[in-house]
Design a protein around this ligand. Structure first.
Ligand SMILES: Nc1nc2c(ncn2[C@@H]2O[C@H](COP(=O)(O)OP(=O)(O)OP(=O)(O)O)[C@@H](O)[C@H]2O)c(=O)[nH]1
Length: 421
């Protein structure tokens, strides 16, 4: 089965907790703080893999979590960093955050890496909070939670080669003749036309994807047009292979067919019409084809490369796919997106939002929630520090602006406190 869309959940590893510990050695009277830092959580990283062709693996596994950082320990021992999780995706995969639709990136190159969910920072151990004002801090930070989100993956680079030609020219026959795998596109939002796809393998890991561009003539004449999703796929083809019914089995002239199809193609999609094109006179096993082939050669040789074949007997097809493969090496793959993001901006947005719920003021916001998550709420020093941070972030003023009064309850995640003006 062939799938070109997937929805998956990714989570960076949580940072390890910092440790609160004190020196407790013989002969050392006043043990100083020496709790180590927690380790950073691992990242979830996508990596381009030119050998992959589909997103099918993501149908079976939807959750991807990187390793968590280890907790810090006494004697200033830092926790180990969590392991990154590297997920291989086919080239042409476009990644968006599901909630906002924001583009995280495009994977277009083999080995290209993109961090899609960052691991959390490790919490600092109490040794790091020691200073002139506090020689024996009892607080340590908890680890920052790893980033988590749902992603929409979309595979855009489906076909390297598009087959064009009149109905019954033999496009389907050619695809089934030369392709090893015959993936089917499932979950297509429109049902009238299904692109016919084939993966053509030449051995030694060499392959390309060929797609039929069905209904070009019917769609153009009827003004029906093809589904947008399908168009998007065929727009990516780098080379067009124009298949002709050389025998004229339906009573038409193959040379006239050639002109008609190219005219329709230009009307239908100018960019597609400008692609390199090679001409494939098919049905050469039929005797009627000989004269027509001579005429086709007279008219088109010099302008186009011509590869006569018989899709039914297979004559000429090996030369054809060999040449297609070589041509594809010369035609560069276009970048898939104009909007190439310079850097992934993770969770941009307002600093915090405040709303009322059950008579309580609830504060949300990535930064403030992170600070709460990293605070050991059972430790008085840590809570005092959190309050200073909230003050510096301007939360008091924001709460006042929202009409908070002395004694009102304010909640941030699992931390509830009384507002004191
Ligand atoms: N004799 C002969 N017949 C062929 C050859 N290739 C295709 N045909 C026949 O031509 C007819 C049409 O072939 P298809 O492969 O279905 O043509 P198509 O271009 O895919 O047509 P659509 O699916 O309608 O777009 C079928 O009956 C095939 O058996 C060939 O090389 N020689």
């Amino acid at each position: 089965m062939f799938y070109d869309r997937a929805r998956i959940y990714v989570k960076g590893g949580d940072g390890g907790n910092g440790c609160a510990a004190f020196r407790r050695e013989k002969y050392v009277a006043e043990g100083g703080p020496w709790g180590g830092d927690g380790g950073k959580g691992g990242d979830v990283i996508f990596m381009g893999d030119g050998g992959l062709r589909t997103l099918v693996d993501f149908r079976y596994q939807r959750h991807y979590k990187a390793g968590r950082g280890r907790h810090g320990r006494g004697k200033n021992m830092h926790g180990r960093t969590g392991e990154d999780l590297v997920v291989r995706v086919p080239l042409g995969t476009v990644i968006r955050a599901e909630d906002s639709g924001r583009l995280l990136g495009d994977i277009t190159r083999d080995g290209q890496r993109l961090v899609v969910a960052r691991g959390g920072r490790g919490g600092r151990g109490n040794a790091r909070f020691a200073g002139p004002h506090n020689k024996a801090p009892t607080m340590a930070e908890k680890g920052e939670p790893g980033e988590e989100l749902w992603l929409m993956l979309e595979l855009k680079l489906l076909a390297d080669v598009g087959l064009i030609g009149y109905p019954n020219a033999g496009k389907s026959t050619l695809i089934s003749r030369v392709s090893a795998a015959r993936p089917k596109i499932a979950d297509y939002p429109f049902t009238t036309l299904t692109p016919n796809l084939g993966v053509v393998s030449l051995g030694e890991g060499k392959s390309f994807v060929m797609a039929d561009i069905p209904g070009l003539i019917e769609g153009a004449h009827g003004g029906a047009g093809l589904g947008h999703d399908f168009l998007r796929h065929v727009e990516r083809t780098r080379l067009l292979v124009h298949v002709l019914d050389t025998a004229g089995t339906e009573g038409r002239d193959p040379l006239a067919d050639f002109q008609v199809i190219n005219r329709e193609l230009a009307l239908y999609n100018e960019a597609l019409a400008g692609r390199p094109q090679i001409v494939v006179p098919n049905k050469m096993d039929l005797p009627e084809s000989e004269d027509n082939l001579a005429r086709i050669k007279d008219a088109l040789a010099g302008k186009y490369e011509i590869f006569p074949i018989s899709a039914v007997t297979g004559a000429g097809t090996a030369e054809l796919i060999g040449r297609i493969y070589d041509l594809l090496q010369e035609i560069p793959a276009e970048p898939l997106h104009a909007e190439e993001p310079a850097e992934v901006v993770h969770h941009a947005g307002p600093r915090f939002e405040i709303y009322r719920e059950d008579g309580m003021l609830v504060v949300t916001g990535r930064e403030i929630e992170k600070h709460v998550a990293m605070t050991d709420l059972d430790n008085e020093e840590a809570v005092e520090r959190l309050q200073r941070i909230m003050h510096l972030m301007g939360l008091e003023q924001a709460l006042r602006d929202q009409g908070a009064r002395n004694g009102d309850l304010v909640r941030i995640r699992d931390f509830t406190f009384e507002f004191v003006d």
